[in-house]
Design a protein around this ligand. Structure first.
Ligand SMILES: NC(=O)C1=CN([C@@H]2O[C@H](COP(=O)(O)OP(=O)(O)OC[C@H]3O[C@@H](n4cnc5c(N)ncnc54)[C@H](O)[C@@H]3O)[C@@H](O)[C@H]2O)C=CC1
Ligand SMILES: CC(C)CC(=O)C(=O)O
Ligand SMILES: [Mg+2]
Length: 347
């Protein structure tokens, strides 16, 4: 039966528009000739909009975005805008308002991918990062700013409801994977309030998943293991801040940030989920055709899988795998990589 996907596109800032253009190119190529079509709405959000109007994301924008089946986002953040204005007022506002409580970040070391690791082993894990709580909620403040007695707080919010739902999701994902292992990454030896809530929740939900091997690593040690023995990880569940940090490291060991994809998922389906590369707007390379669009293309694959199109998602993953194997170290532009991937998915 013919189907139309209503896709909201937020290209954003810096390299965002460059990589999103290639993501859409590959999306169109993988769906060409099929009975699935895409109806796209472009939302001009980011630095330009803020400079022009002072707006980051209005209620009207949010309402319009919410009517779509899914969102493809490039990246936000620009050196001409005060730090945090777009990151908080646009990106995090979207994640919170659309209840993206599962921030899904898979890491696979594809054959032939350069890695700084001497003996990487079989690296194939997924980080399930909590997406709506932790220290990113904006709960805090500053007193006596600019004085020697300034006090600045950023309170980490962890609710039983919020922790349980993401932990349950992570267990379900571990159950569906062959190795059936879940590692909680936290810092419960120091963050005793939040850490104990996470640990008790994992222990309680584990009772419902007797086949899952449950492991724990403090976040500092987890960064060691990710470099020395990443194959020990299968599903990692962790909070918003720790998940942000360890997934940049995960990207670095699996071919670099240009390959790292993510999905901000609302598993309940009440709101559209949002797919984006793990990286930011990379102002240092913006406009130079140096950005690798592969992370965005793989985010499109996650989007298709989320929308119940696993065959098309697999074709994109296969195209990326074969493209990576064919890479000979010579530099290709953003558009050249997108063209190559589009040609591979088209057959
Ligand atoms: N999801 C988002 O929209 C995110 C936005 N940001 C924002 O992006 C801006 C820049 O942040 P940074 O800390 O520099 O992080 P970044 O991820 O933009 O860049 C870090 C490094 O990775 C490189 N890089 C990033 N994407 C790449 C790609 N596709 N291909 C090749 N190299 C790539 C950059 O050139 C840079 O050297 C800031 O405004 C930040 O707040 C940062 C992270 C996530
Ligand atoms: C810019 C932040 C809000 C987000 C970030 O770094 C991320 O989600 O990886
Ligand atoms: Mg990050």
């Amino acid at each position: 039966m013919a189907r139309t996907i209503r896709l909201a596109v937020i290209a954003g800032d810096g390299i965002g528009p460059e990589v999103v253009a290639e993501g859409i190119k590959v999306l169109d190529a993988v769906l060409a000739g099929s009975d699935v079509s895409v109806e796209r709405t472009e939302f001009e959000l980011g630095a330009k909009r803020w400079h022009d109007t002072g707006e980051t994301l209005t209620d009207e924008d949010l309402a319009a975005i919410s009517t779509h089946d899914a969102i493809l986002l490039g990246a936000v953040g620009d050196p001409t805008v005060p730090s945090g204005v777009l990151e908080r007022g646009l990106l995090l506002k979207l994640r919170f308002a659309l209840d993206h409580y599962v921030n899904l970040r898979p890491s696979v070391l594809y054959p032939g991918v350069p890695t700084p690791l001497a003996n990487p082993g079989d690296v194939d894990f997924v980080v399930v990062r909590e997406g709506t709580e932790g220290p990113y909620t904006g709960n805090g403040g500053a007193l006596r700013v600019g004085t020697p007695h300034e006090i600045a707080t950023e309170v980490s919010v962890n609710t039983a409801f919020g922790v349980e739902r993401v932990v349950r999701d992570a267990f379900a994902r571990a159950q569906a994977r062959p190795r059936k292992k879940l590692t909680l990454v936290h810092k419960h030896n120091v963050l005793v309030n939040a850490g104990h809530l996470w640990r008790r929740t994992v222990d309680a939900v584990a009772e419902e998943f007797p086949e899952i091997t449950v492991d724990y690593a403090h976040v500092d040690a987890a960064t060691i293991y990710m470099v020395t023995d990443p194959a020990r990880f299968d599903v990692i569940v962790t909070d918003n801040l720790f998940g942000d940090i360890i997934t940049d490291l995960a990207a670095a060991i699996t071919g670099g940030i240009g390959l790292a994809a993510s999905g901000n998922v609302n598993p309940d389906g009440a709101f559209p989920s949002m797919f984006e590369p793990v990286h930011g707007s990379a102002p240092d390379i913006a406009g130079k055709s140096l950005a690798d669009p592969t992370a965005t293309v793989l985010s499109v694959a996650l989007l298709l899988e989320h929308l119940g199109l696993p065959e098309q998602a697999q074709r994109i993953s296969n195209a990326v795998t074969s493209d990576i194997v064919s890479r000979d170290g010579s530099a290709r532009s953003t558009v050249e990589i997108g063209d190559a991937l589009a040609a591979r998915v088209a057959g």
